[in-house]
Structure formats: C-alpha cells, structure tokens
Design a protein around this ligand. Structure first.
Ligand code: IMP
Length: 198
C-alpha cells in the first residue's frame, strides 16, 4: 500500500499533473510537478521507454529527496524498426509540430500495407521511493491499432488522427477524451499502477 504524503511528478505537463493528482488523491498523496521544485529535465539517454521513465524518476528524486513518478510514451511501428519510438515527439526534428511528425510518418509508410501498417502506443510509468530505489514500481500500457493513410478527426494530439485502434471504426482523434482515456496506453498503465499500489 502506498502511503507517502508527497510525490514529485517528473513532468511539467498540466494534463498529466491533473491525471496523476486524481490517482494519488485516493492514497492521500500530494503530487508536485518537478517544475515547481526547480528540477530540470535530464538527458533521455535510455534505449527504451522504461529506461527513460526510470532515469527521469531517479533524477527528480535525487534533486528533491522525494519519491518520484515519471512517464515516457510514444508510438511504435514494428515495420519501421520501432520508429518513431523514443523520438515520437521530435520525429521530424527538434522543433517539429505534431503535424510535421505525422506527415513524416505517413511519408515513411506510403509503401507499406496490411500487417506492416500495424502500430501501438506505449506508456511506461516508473515510481521510485528514493533516487537509488532498487525495486521501483514499473508498469507499461500498450494500445494496439494500425496507421491509416490519411488523417481523420481533430481531437487528441500527436499521431491520433492516423491511429485507428483495433476493433474501432474511429481514429483516436475522433474519440471523445473520456473514451480515449479508458482505452489508451496511458489509461491502462494508470489502472495497473493503481492496482500495484493498493
Ligand atoms: P510524451 O511522453 O507525452 O512527451 O509523449 C511523447 C510523444 O509520443 C508525443 O509528443 C506524441 O508524439 C506521442 N504520443 C504519446 N502519447 C500519445 C497519444 O496518446 N496520442 C498521440 N500521440 C502520443
């Protein structure tokens, strides 16, 4: 059972802060964004989402001396050797917009069809009790689907307009946010984290 009264979130993203604050309120834990405690973002040198989530959590914990939670997420297309992968946010360059990244993905996939158009979102969460915690809580959520040839919908963000989840006829950008959160990689990871902490 999780009982700490404070937790630093290794992210400054307001949406994530809201989501994780709600989750940890049930455990009586206050979630403080790292930006409020003067923590910078470390270089993400890991080779996987889980490694990057862990290094961000350990860094925030080392600086603040508080337990820390970090997430790392992205889109994986196996036919592209896992790209955009760790580089999902900057696939088309360091100042690329969501639209630039999505266009580059579609360009790279024009010659692909069938099974080769499969892709999944992944979200890794890492929770450390202290910077050197040898037994962190780690969970991974995955959301499977395929990458369609042209964007549809204006909700969500990132690659959502071209991500058609399995068993659905709407893209992730055509789903309302509640439905998306109930099915998504992040939603699944949060559910698992909750069950591990209870
Ligand atoms: P971050 O972990 O929130 O920084 O996400 C990294 C990148 O992965 C984002 O900039 C998006 O390109 C992509 N991504 C992660 N989750 C989603 C999602 O739910 N929808 C669309 N794109 C996502």
């Amino acid at each position: 059972m999780w009982t700490d009264s404070k937790l630093v979130l290794a992210s400054g993203n307001k949406g994530k802060l809201r989501e994780f604050s709600k989750l940890f309120a049930d455990f009586g834990t206050e979630v403080i964004p790292q930006t409020e405690l003067g923590v910078d973002s470390p270089e993400e040198t890991g080779l996987s989402f889980i490694e990057n989530a862990l290094l961000k959590a350990r860094h925030a914990s080392a600086v603040t001396q508080l337990p820390s939670l970090a997430d790392d997420s992205g889109l994986v297309v196996p036919a592209l050797d896992g790209a955009p992968g760790l580089y999902s946010a900057r696939f088309a360059g360091s100042n690329a917009s969501d639209q630039d990244n999505l266009n580059l993905l579609l360009d790279r996939m024009t010659h692909l069809s069938g099974e080769d158009r499969r892709g999944h979102y992944i979200c890794a969460l890492a929770l450390v009790r202290h910077a050197a915690d040898p037994d962190p809580v780690v969970v991974i959520g995955r959301w499977y689907g395929q990458i369609i040839g042209a964007p549809r919908g204006d909700g969500g963000f990132g690659y959502d307009p071209v991500f058609l989840p399995d068993r659905l006829s709407q893209t992730a950008a055509e789903l309302d946010s509640e439905t998306k959160n109930g099915l998504s990689h992040r939603g699944l990871a949060v559910i698992e984290l909750r069950s591990l902490l209870s």
